[in-house]
Design a protein around this ligand. Structure first.
Ligand code: PGA
Length: 248
């Protein structure tokens, strides 16, 4: 049995005052949730979010991490800087990073290795663009991205790995993959993980769906056998909406 995991991806939203307000409202709303609850916030909000969620069932994640331990990488943040303040998770390879910030399969893999070695849990995003979907390449794209992301990652780390299947055309668009299609693509990802790690390993790895998931569609998506959670953008910015997804 894989425990469901619902993670918010705040993207570049919320200042510290707004973080305090959102987290304080969220804590009581999700306190008896069965799913694991994670909020991934901008770097500047992480410390506040960690402090406020101490002793609660909410874990905090970052939205990116650099692969080097330290050095001349202006503007970057290392994995140990995140663990030092109590961050547990990190999103890696989000399509917005791939699209706007030159993230490649190779840099995703470097970040995954560094984060896991530092003791972070990773949420690794894969997914096809609209063009790739229309060209019938969805399976190829998610397979290639999955293999590349976990190159040289040992199967000892599988408990710290979450994958998020996020069709790029569904992110922030209000267009969701059908529950059946999302389930089928996630099965392809799981079969790939079975080859990368081992069949029993892939049964343990949680795979989320992400892309316009909200209180209305969360139940149907979560009812699918392969879908173990959600990575939630827009709907994670309001405590009530996010809590409804958490409790799908
Ligand atoms: P969305 O974003 O829920 O706003 O579509 C999801 C994501 O980008 O992780």
């Amino acid at each position: 049995m894989r425990r469901p995991i619902i993670a918010g991806n705040w993207k570049m939203n919320k200042n510290i005052a707004e973080t305090k307000a959102l987290v304080s409202e969220l804590i009581p709303l999700v306190k008896d949730a069965e799913a694991e609850v994670v909020i991934c916030t901008p770097y500047t909000d992480l410390y506040t979010a960690v402090e406020l969620t101490k002793g609660t069932n909410i874990s905090v994640g970052a939205e990116n991490v650099h692969w080097a331990e330290s050095g001349a990488f202006t503007g970057e943040i290392s994995a140990s800087m995140l663990t030092e303040i109590g961050v547990k998770y990190v999103i890696i390879g989000h399509s917005e990073r791939r699209q706007y910030f030159g993230e490649t399969d190779e840099t995703v893999n470097k970040r995954v290795i560094a984060a896991l070695n530092a003791g972070l849990k990773v949420i690794v995003c894969v997914g096809e663009t609209l063009e790739e979907k229309e060209a019938g390449k969805t399976e190829d794209v998610v397979t290639t991205q999955t293999i590349a992301a976990f190159k040289d990652v040992s199967s000892d780390k599988i408990d710290d790995i979450v994958v998020a299947y996020e069709p790029v055309w569904a992110i922030g668009t209000g267009r969701t993959a059908t529950a059946d299609d999302a389930n089928a693509t996630i099965k392809v990802i799981r079969d790939t993980l079975a080859k990368v790690f081992c069949p029993a390993c892939s049964e343990k790895i949680r795979i989320q769906y992400g892309g316009s998931m909200n209180p209305k569609n969360a139940h149907d998506l979560m009812a699918q056998p392969e879908i173990d959670g959600g990575l939630i953008g827009g709907a994670s910015l309001k405590a009530v909406d996010f809590s409804m997804v958490v409790k799908y």
